[in-house]
Design a protein around this ligand. Structure first.
Ligand code: DP6
Length: 332
């Protein structure tokens, strides 16, 4: 079973869980699914659980013991969930995974979201695909491996929503609008290719140690509402205000956790200052948002795209990725 998927970029961020082992998020979140870079997986029934992973050039890129363990745990959770929604014995006993990724790891463009949504798609395929599973259920399988992966199960503008209760499927994705609703681009500036020291999984688990976390949770329902309204009305200025407020708020939570997580670098802050000046002077529709790393995502409209690419490419010692809103995970 072969599937392909892509990362997504959150406008209302997911940070902190109400239940760690199932990645039930403490609050709702919302993102744009991107059309690239791609991850492809090939899942085959096998005698033993095995993982091989390859980079863009096709070179084998051995996974750490920790990430194989995470993939295995996700497989076990998927089997438990699959058996509960389809029937016992629906899944092969063990599988081997071939993962091909064009995403450099740990640079803040959500490689885990692409990998686990891709696996979710392939595992759902093994369970009979659309015959047995809804898109929401595919998103739940993704979420069991990486919280944000739930959102890449659908295309365009996607919310990850808590539906209440303490069940594996108590948080699932919902498409707000397809990618064709509003042409938006993500111009991604990567100032550093250094692997980050603390990953999001460890970070989520300590979110509640921040004295700002409770206040953040209180704000999210309002922000979700405003963000959805801005998307429905294609109101870029409204989307900008709410997304930047939420991204900066998440980073304040991260920075005040114990131990503190400082993902933003001097380069990040410099790029933000420059983009603020540029958009004021040139009236450009562009907003910034940062995940768990120094990478700056510049979301912009079609009319601003060329100017934002020129700005990004003028940054010294940075890597630039260009993506647009895309369709989400699928079987190939
Ligand atoms: C800052 O989904 O990467 O990118 O479940 O441990 O894989 P895990 O966490 P992850 O967390 C994403 C955090 C974020 C914000 C977001 O994408 O919403």
């Amino acid at each position: 079973m072969r599937a392909v998927s892509t990362p997504n970029i959150a406008l209302i961020k997911y940070w902190g869980n109400r239940r760690e082992d199932w990645r039930l998020p403490a609050a709702d979140s919302l993102s744009i699914t991107l059309d690239r870079p791609n991850v492809e997986v090939d899942v085959q029934p096998s005698d033993a659980f095995a993982v091989r992973s390859f980079d863009l050039a096709g070179n084998e890129n051995p996974q750490s013991e920790k990430s194989v363990e995470r993939l295995k745990k996700h497989w076990d959770l998927t089997c438990a969930y699959g058996e509960s929604i389809v029937h016992a014995g629906i899944m092969p006993k063990r599988v081997s995974l071939d993962i091909r990724s064009s995403i450099p790891p740990s640079i803040g463009i959500a490689s885990s979201a692409a990998v686990f949504s891709c696996l979710a798609e392939a595992y759902a395929g093994l369970m009979g695909g659309t015959k047995h599973l809804t898109r929401e259920q595919v998103s739940v399988i993704g979420r069991l491996g990486s919280g944000s992966a739930a959102r890449s199960a659908m295309g365009g503008f996607v919310a990850l929503e808590n539906v209440g209760g303490d069940r594996m499927d108590a948080a699932r994705a919902r498409q707000i609008a397809p990618a064709s609703h509003w042409t938006l681009h993500d111009i991604i500036i990567v100032p550093s290719r250094e692997e980050k020291k603390v990953g999001s999984t460890e970070g989520h688990a300590l979110a509640a140690t921040s004295p700002l976390f409770t206040a953040r949770l209180k704000e999210i329902p309002r922000r979700m509402k405003e963000c959805i309204a801005a998307i429905e009305a294609k109101d870029f200025e409204k989307l900008r205000v709410i997304s930047e407020e939420d991204s900066l708020d998440m980073h304040r939570v991260m920075q005040s956790q114990n131990p503190p997580l400082q993902y933003l670098s001097d380069d990040t802050h410099r790029i933000l200052r420059e983009i603020e000046a540029l958009r004021t002077n040139d009236h450009l529709e562009v907003l910034y948002t940062m995940d768990a790393g120094p990478t700056v995502h510049l979301i912009c409209t079609e009319t601003s795209r060329n100017a934002i690419i020129a700005f990004a490419e003028s940054q010294k010692n940075c890597t630039v990725f260009k993506a647009s809103a895309g369709g989400g995970s699928t079987i190939v």
